[in-house]
Design a binder for this molecule. Structure first.
Ligand code: ISL
Length: 584
């Protein structure tokens, strides 16, 4: 695990401000609301809060479109509120990291308003402008064929100056031009502004796309049916990325602050180690997307692809191993505000399985090597949106753009095409994780006394924090125990070696964590709704007894002393059962 560091040992809790807690009844969560819930976070046992964007924003993409990096979106509160939050969290021993969204700004940012106003404006080259292309018939086209990640062309025509600007995401999120040193130093100033206020680090939004291939060449045609092509090869991990990352790191180091970089579109360990290897002095860790992409087709995230435990194990083994050998560091996550709920996605949210399934996934995730990230509601086993909700309940710009495209195509294709796409949306839409946090059984799950900006999941009477807090069998209580266990045995669970055992088992994940002096642990997870009988391999038999059982998601493990028909000792796992054994 390399040298020890506070950020390696941390459990981080992600707050999505719109949906956490509304203190003033306007239907939207807010910073004073977060302040009233600090006890809840303390009780859960997290060390760090990652706050998704709360800056001033027209909210075209839920705050990932920032119009002023030094102001707070009014409905979320004031600068004073965020200063209070930092102080109160610090007082309780919890750190705060902010979301840094600097690949792009909002089109309402003063920089962009200046930039678009004329070709000679001093801010013109703070963004990426290019003249149109014209075909033989004199028709105007974008400067290249890049597709936006949110659909359509990545270029928007602006009549004011008769040029296009680049936007990898929405048209209202123009990409900043990191080739311009003034942009880079403006970003550095933003970092210092928040670090001076006491924040402890940043989650850096799509930080690996800031450097584009010079000349912005066309992408190869990989989607025949589309005018616009996926162009990651021209913006992910571009030529100047590492220089930019080192620049950001130099500032963070002055404050003992840390960074987790979001790095989609890259899964080659070599590329990633260049950004997280300790000696490189770039990022501390990255969010890597192999797991959350394993059940989608490469060309369309809404196309469902079956996955197996073998796929999952391969991915985990790959990253656990390469980070250990390359002196990098993992960020562990199964959920965030861009992903559906893990219990629905990777296990089962059926009432008879849901609680055990959520605890099993928690076990699987929390005891790997890396910094642990928990997304709000994951600790309750919150599930995807109900299947019978109408599309009007979905608020995400990505979902809406996609379903508009689908509706167009369905006119030529068929209603079946539409239904199929809708099924993909129900499974994968980002909306799934954005519904309001379920606090209790009162109106709107206690999230707001007003009209929630997004509908509360129908299951809140059954799944809410209040009914889980004092319940020894709840998912929440289980997470508390897990976080405590991880903290008590940092040498084993954070810094120890990692290895999968029994990889021939189709539905049972078994991994071992070990440390030469601190001990040895076995983490076993039944990923299926069926019982599994597991014959204990000789070399770990000494571990698998009641005296070493640190945690079982059913409370007590039923059958540690069972014998199979040949008289070999076996463990009988119930559906989604998980166990942790530990011995010094
Ligand atoms: O969820 C995705 C699209 O389906 C991802 O590709 C996502 O867009 C990508 O991980 C980048 O996400 C981040 O930047 C986006 C913002 O919409 C996401 O919420 C944010 O996490 C643009 O700022």
């Amino acid at each position: 695990g390399g040298i020890r560091a506070w950020w390696k040992e941390a459990s981080v809790y992600q707050i999505y401000p719109a949906s956490f807690y509304d203190s003033d009844g306007d239907g939207l969560g807010d910073i004073p609301g977060i302040i009233t819930k600090v006890d809840y976070l303390k009780n859960l046992g997290v060390d760090v809060v990652w706050l998704s964007p709360v800056y001033e924003s027209p909210q075209k993409d839920m705050g990932y479109d920032i119009s002023d990096y030094r102001q707070i979106h009014k409905p979320y509160g004031t600068i004073q509120d965020i200063e209070d939050l930092i102080e109160i969290l610090h007082h309780r021993g919890i750190k705060l990291i902010m979301d840094l969204v600097v690949n792009h700004s909002s089109d309402q940012h003063a920089w962009f308003k200046e930039s678009r106003s004329s070709k000679s404006n001093p801010f013109r080259d703070w963004y990426i402008w290019r003249p149109p292309k014209y075909d033989a018939n004199g028709n105007r086209h974008p400067p290249n064929n890049w597709a936006s990640i949110f659909g359509g062309s990545a270029w928007e025509y602006d009549a004011v100056t008769d040029e296009y600007y680049l936007h990898l995401f929405c048209a209202e999120q123009p990409d900043l031009n990191w080739e311009n040193p003034k942009v880079v130093s403006a970003v550095h100033d933003i970092l210092r502004f928040w670090l001076d206020k006491g924040v402890d680090g940043f989650r850096m939004d799509v930080i690996n796309v800031v450097s584009k291939t010079p000349g912005l060449p066309d992408a190869p045609i990989t989607v025949e049916s589309s005018k616009y092509q996926p162009a990651m090869m021209h913006y992910a991990n571009g030529p100047r990325l590492h220089e930019h990352l080192r620049g950001l790191r130099a500032i963070l180091d002055q404050y003992d602050a840390f960074s987790v970089g979001e790095m989609p579109f890259v899964s080659d360990p070599e590329d990633i180690l260049q950004a997280v290897g300790a000696s490189r002095k770039e990022l501390n860790m990255i969010f890597q997307f192999d797991i959350v992409e394993m059940d989608s087709s490469a060309s369309n995230k809404f196309t469902i692809v079956p996955w197996s435990l073998q796929n999952l194990r391969d991915i985990v083994a790959k990253w656990q191993t390469c980070m250990a050998t390359g002196d990098g560091w993992n960020a562990l996550f199964l959920e965030n505000h861009d992903q559906p709920r893990s219990v629905s996605r990777f296990a089962s949210d059926r009432p008879e399985f849901r609680i055990h399934a959520a605890k099993m996934l928690a076990t699987f995730l929390a005891l790997q090597s890396g910094t642990l990230f928990i997304y709000q509601g994951q600790e309750l086993g919150m599930a995807n949106l109900p299947k019978d909700w109408g599309l009007e309940e979905f608020k995400d710009v990505e979902t809406i753009n996609y379903m508009n495209e689908v509706a167009e195509i369905s006119k030529v294709k068929s209603p079946a095409f539409y239904d199929n796409a809708l099924e993909g949306v129900r499974a994968k839409a980002r909306d799934n994780s954005r519904s309001p946090f379920q606090w209790d059984t009162t109106t709107n799950a206690g999230f707001s006394t007003g009209n929630p900006w997004m509908r509360v999941n129908d299951d809140y009477l059954y799944c809410n924090a209040q009914s889980q807090i004092d319940n020894s069998e709840s998912v929440l209580t289980f997470w508390r125990k897990l976080l405590r266990l991880r903290r008590q045995m940092l040498d084993v669970f954070v810094y120890g070696d990692f290895k999968f055992l029994s990889v021939e088992d189709e539905n049972l994940s078994v991994y071992e964590r070990s440390h030469p002096f601190a001990g040895r642990a076995l983490v076993l997870c039944n990923f299926s709704q069926h019982p599994i009988n597991w014959i204990i391999p000789d070399d770990v038999r000494f571990l698998c007894g009641h005296e070493n059982l640190a945690l079982c998601n059913y409370g007590t493990a039923a059958s540690l002393e069972s014998l199979d028909p040949d008289g070999k000792r076996e463990i009988r796992f119930r559906p989604y059962e998980s166990m942790i054994f530990f011995a010094k």
